[in-house]
Design a protein around this ligand. Structure first.
Ligand code: CP3
Length: 349
């Protein structure tokens, strides 16, 4: 089995730097578009045979060192009782948005094996299909990033409703976060029981806070999830399932982030990865951090970018090469293939 990704997560020695790409299954791949022509996005997420098929597409086409479950961070929110729709230009819409006690009261903490059985089913199919070729990553939105969609009702620019709730009705925010945190914890445990070999928490929007607000209103809940999973793993002798914590726009928050007990910190591209490694120390492996738009450079220049990042990570406890955020739909596939090859060729450790 190629377990290089898992070993890098745990800070063990590896023959080369492993690589996978955030959003590696998706619209930049023709094979994905072909399936999407036939079914809408939510149906794709909920049909385990199709979800496992699109999960495998980048594994076969790119030669990455990990597969990531095909789903979305908003899937568990629907299971909590909100209506979820995806629109072509607008993105996701959740309704009715959660901004008062009565809408909060209607939300439940779903039993994942019941309401989200299709996710566990996809994971089981994938473990069989992967046959140990590469490990399978499960994932969830982190509590804060998930809650922004519930409070805003969709994607947001300035997160006004979320911040207003935090500052005007902190008790309401805390009650919402309790439910969201419990949901995500149980959801990730169910994914691990089904066969996920690592899990990633996406805190895509947590970079909107000052450091002290980030610690209090986002990090504390992500930490709760991670700690619960770590204790549960220990008590149930489940071995060491790595937890990756990704924070978008993390540069100003590293002092806070390094207090969490994830195995791996996912970094965006707005900072030098060596500076991040120096700040967080050798208690963590790091994942990142190429600008997704660097994939529009000519191949030779992509190679230089790869070289540069690799040269900055030699002192890291472990490094998993990735983009600093999801691959964009317009990205030339050839360049993604070239990126993976460059990492494998240049990343001997
Ligand atoms: O990484 C992977 O390949 C696994 C699949 C995955 C998707 N979304 C599939 C998807 C993962 C890990 C996500 C995470 C996700 N979803 C995040 C956190 C990471 C990040 O990228 O910031 C967020 C914020 C979402 C919410 C979301 N889902 C939005 C805002 C959108 C619309 C914008 C867009 O890119 O279309 C989605 C839709 C979505 N999720 C698509 C895919 C492949 C596109 C759907 C389509 O086929 O039309």
């Amino acid at each position: 089995m190629n377990d290089i990704f898992l070993r890098a997560c745990r800070g063990e020695t590896v023959p080369y730097t492993p690589v996978w790409i955030m959003r590696q299954a998706g619209r930049y791949l023709k094979q994905y578009q072909k399936i999407r022509k036939k079914v809408d996005f939510l149906t794709l997420c909920k049909t385990s045979e199709l979800a496992s098929e699109v999960t495998m597409q980048p594994v076969d086409a790119l030669g990455v060192d990990a597969a990531i479950l095909f789903s979305d961070i908003l899937i568990p929110v629907e299971a909590m009782g909100m209506k979820l729709e995806f629109f072509e230009k607008k993105g996701p819409v959740l309704s009715p948005h959660i901004r008062d006690k009565s809408s909060l009261k209607k939300l439940l903490v779903p039993k994942p094996e019941d309401k989200l059985h299709f996710v566990m089913n996809t994971i089981k199919i994938l473990r069989k299909e992967l046959k140990g070729k590469v490990p399978l990553i499960g994932f969830s939105g982190a509590p804060f990033t998930t809650a922004t969609y519930m409070i805003e009702g969709g994607t947001s620019k300035n997160f006004l409703h979320t911040k207003r709730m935090i500052f005007q009705t902190p008790d309401l925010y805390e009650s919402l976060m309790d439910k969201v945190t419990q949901t995500i914890t149980e959801y990730l445990k169910a994914q691990i029981r089904a066969g996920a070999q690592a899990v990633q928490l996406f805190d895509t929007w947590a970079g909107i806070f000052s450091p002290q607000d980030y610690r209090r209103y986002a990090l504390s809940y992500a930490t709760r999830v991670i700690e619960h999973i770590k204790n549960w793993q220990k008590n149930e002798n489940r071995g060491h399932i790595p937890v990756i914590y990704f924070v978008g726009e993390c540069a100003g928050l590293l002092k806070e982030i390094k207090t969490c007990n994830a195995d791996v910190l996912g970094l965006d591209w707005r900072l030098n990865i060596d500076d991040a490694i120096e700040e967080v120390g050798n208690g963590f492996s790091v994942q990142g951090n190429l600008d997704p738009c660097a994939l529009f450079l000519p191949k030779q220049r992509i190679k230089e970018r790869v070289k540069d990042i690799l040269s900055r990570t030699s002192s890291a406890r472990g490094h998993i090469f990735n983009l600093g955020h999801g691959v964009l739909p317009e990205t030339p596939v050839d360049n993604v293939v070239a990126l993976v090859e460059h990492v494998h060729n240049l990343g001997k450790r």
